[in-house]
Design a protein. Structure first.
Lengths: 597, 104
């Protein structure tokens, strides 16, 4: 039997939602009939709008999809102006204040406290400036990710940016692909560093070489001269990665190489395969990773070939995975923070944005700096950070001296640099614990109290509020995931602790070694873990390698939770509040929906 | 004569149980269960992570949930657990501190 969501989608979905959305915006939030709200809120996601959690009635999170994290000159200013004008609500965050933008792990941007009546004006401003919320959420093609400096990176094998642009143009608003069984996350990477994180996506295109020519070709033509064989650059294809629901999978190699010009055909074929064969009766089983589990990679390839493409698929080419360093736990370019060479001789500068959140005033200031020192372009990484591109050598020192870069540093402390956090109970229905502010507190305490070995300059700590894994906890050195436990008999927020995850040539999910640590004991646990690592590591050994050579019991002993002078003000059930940071935070004190203008 | 129809839904990707279009029961609470199929603890102390399905047996609203016992660490999906009663169009949630018995 189809689910409620499938029934709602079968009635209205895709592009047509927009007209209804604008009608409700015109007539006011209260014009949405009570018994239709859940259906409309589900549909609004397709246009990037999530109704915020209980207690925040009438307010929405808005996600802006920026393909590959590319913000063209002027677009960051647009985001900052919208955040400043519209992303304000009845709750004020004690660390970040009012009006902020969140840079996400999928190179998108999220704004909170958006009112429905403001949506048409926001859409108009976004679209005038080449930005969109279309399909930023919902069951369709999500924001396409990749190496954020595609087209500029000195380490590039192939420029993936034109491919990403073409996919975005082809599959956004495409009625044939607008209603899939579940979300569809695509990564296209052209660099040799693995920064597109293809392994954790539903569909991944990764750079690869393939010998072509030689008097034949892949279409059965046996005639002609022998000709020269040369290496063409294209992409290998992987399918069925994802982290959610305690069922993490790395994308599986389906033994296909595709030249850039045929990526849309293969991507569309696989999207259509998922549309037609994915599970629409159980949303928990709907992601394509479960279909790949059931079928196996060979059957996916065979079905793609027989039913969805009209040319002979090439077998996989020679990949460059042995060069992957991004989030790999060792080597250069674990992230894109700092100053790096562009292939045109200019520089891109990665700046650390702690847990991805930046106040609107800082967003506007950064947009100004990008225009003053670079081309005005800014890009977003999958580690919730920003990158200013096109900075010439002779402007670099002055740029690096800008006061704003003291806060958004190109050379941050490892604990600030490595912090990633999801939205958490501040706004999210699913999360079990508070996250963003907590990770800020953790990072500040760790920076002040814990010394890593001097040769270790990166240490990734990812905090996710639940098993949805929006902070990608399974691919961090230290993985933290929201839980509950009892302390002195009282329920308190807690975290499961996993260790040793990361990507690279041979990706590895974290092993969950210590369960249900009360949140006030987590910083002490990490401190004790780092102390054991420093004392017992082999010379030059990375943290990930250190974890790999110990069993779970040994690692559990290293974690050793402990109270310290770290104090956590959010030990209680933040989910029972309307807003955790409100002075009067009980549900009974929740504000009424915003009055319509 | 037809009875009053109660609309029951699992919403927000398993985060809420909705009764008559109103979110009433949420994840992230701790429930004490008599659930010998889930773990060997005398009483399971379950953190509710995700609602899998919702149904009604007479006037009793029941759910199946994915969760974990915080005492022993066992995780899994439960059988049907009562979460409240519907009288007319009103829903009354079971006292969160009560011990719940897996019904079937």
């Amino acid at each position: 039997m189809p689910t409620d969501v499938e029934n709602w989608k079968s009635e209205v979905y895709g592009n047509e939602i927009r007209d209804h959305l604008f009608e409700f915006a015109e007539e006011g939030f209260d014009s949405i009939p009570d018994d239709e709200r859940d259906a409309w809120f589900e549909r609004f996601k397709w246009w990037g709008l999530y109704h915020q959690r209980n207690g925040q009635e009438g307010y929405f999170m808005m996600r802006i999809g920026t393909p590959n994290g590319v913000l063209e000159p002027g677009q960051l200013r647009t985001v900052g102006e919208i955040a400043d004008e519209y992303a304000r609500g009845p709750g004020t965050n004690p660390i970040f204040g009012d009006a902020y933008a969140d840079f996400t792990t999928r190179q998108s941007i999220q704004l909170h406290w958006i009112e429905l009546s403001d949506v048409p004006a926001i859409f108009e401003k976004l679209e005038e400036n080449g930005l969109s919320t279309q399909q930023a959420c919902g069951d369709s093609w999500r924001n396409i990710v990749g190496n954020p400096v595609a087209g500029k990176d000195g380490q590039e094998v192939i420029d993936a940016w034109p491919v990403i642009n073409e996919l975005n143009e082809t599959f956004k608003g495409n009625d044939d692909h607008s209603n899939l069984p579940r979300k569809w996350k695509v990564s296209v990477t052209g660099s040799a560093d693995g920064s597109g994180q293809g392994d954790i996506n539903d569909l991944a295109f990764e750079p690869a070489y393939k010998a072509v020519g030689g008097g034949g070709g892949g279409d059965g033509d046996e005639g002609g001269d022998e000709g020269e064989i040369e290496d063409a650059v294209g992409f290998n294809v992987r399918v069925g990665g994802g982290l959610a629901r305690n069922e993490p999978r790395f994308a599986r190699d389906i033994d296909v190489w595709v030249p850039p010009e045929r990526v849309p055909d293969v991507a569309g074929g696989l999207s259509a395969l998922f549309r037609d064969y994915g599970d629409r009766e159980d949303r928990y089983n709907a992601r394509v990773k479960f279909l790949v589990d059931e079928w196996g990679a060979a059957e996916v390839r065979e079905t793609l070939q027989e039913e969805y493409v009209d040319f002979e698929l090439e077998s996989a080419g020679r990949d460059v995975r042995e060069e992957y360093t991004y989030n790999a736990g060792e080597g250069e370019r674990n992230d894109l923070i700092g100053v790096h060479d562009q292939k045109n001789g200019e520089n891109f500068v990665g700046l650390n944005v702690l847990v991805g959140r930046m106040g609107a005033t800082d967003v506007l200031d950064l947009a100004d700096l990008a225009a003053e020192y670079g081309s005005g372009e800014v890009r977003l990484s999958q580690r919730q950070n920003v990158i200013v591109t096109d900075v010439p050598d002779d402007a670099l020192d002055e740029f690096l001296d800008e006061p704003l870069l003291k806060h958004y540093s190109p050379s941050p402390s490892p604990f600030m640099r490595g912090s990633v956090a999801c939205t958490g109970t501040e706004f999210c229905s699913l999360s079990i614990v508070e996250t963003k502010n907590r990770q800020v507190r953790f990072a500040r305490w760790l920076k002040a109290n814990v010394d890593l070995p001097t040769d270790v300059d990166e240490f990734h700590v990812h905090l996710s509020g639940c098993t949805a894994s929006c902070a990608q906890p399974q691919i961090a050195d230290v993985s933290l995931r929201g839980m509950k436990t009892r302390k002195d008999g009282d329920p308190v927020e807690a975290l499961d602790v996993g260790l040793g995850g990361g990507l690279g040539e041979n990706p590895q999910f974290a092993r969950w070694v210590t369960q249900r640590v009360p949140v006030d004991e987590v910083p002490g646990a990490i401190a004790n873990l780092v102390e054991s690592f420093a004392a017992e590591r082999d010379e030059g050994e990375s943290f990930r390698a250190f974890v790999a050579r110990h069993d779970d019991d040994e690692l559990d002993a290293f974690v050793d939770p402990e109270e310290t002078d770290y104090e956590d003000p959010m030990m209680h059930n933040t989910k029972r509040t309307w807003y955790p940071y409100a002075e009067n935070d009980s549900m009974e004190d929740a504000p009424s929906p915003p009055a319509d203008d | 004569m037809g009875g009053v129809t109660t609309r029951l839904r699992v919403l927000d990707d398993g985060a809420w149980i909705s009764v008559n279009d109103d979110r009433k029961v949420r994840v992230s609470e701790l429930w004490r269960l008599d659930a010998p199929d889930l773990c060997e603890c005398a009483l399971t102390d379950l953190v509710v992570e995700n609602f899998q399905s919702v149904g009604v047996d007479g006037s009793t609203v029941e759910v199946r949930v994915y969760g974990q016992c915080i005492a022993c660490g066992a995780a899994g999906t439960t059988g049907w657990i009562p979460v409240g009663r519907v009288r007319g169009s009103e829903f009354a949630e079971i006292d969160r501190s009560a011990v719940r018995r897996v019904r079937r």
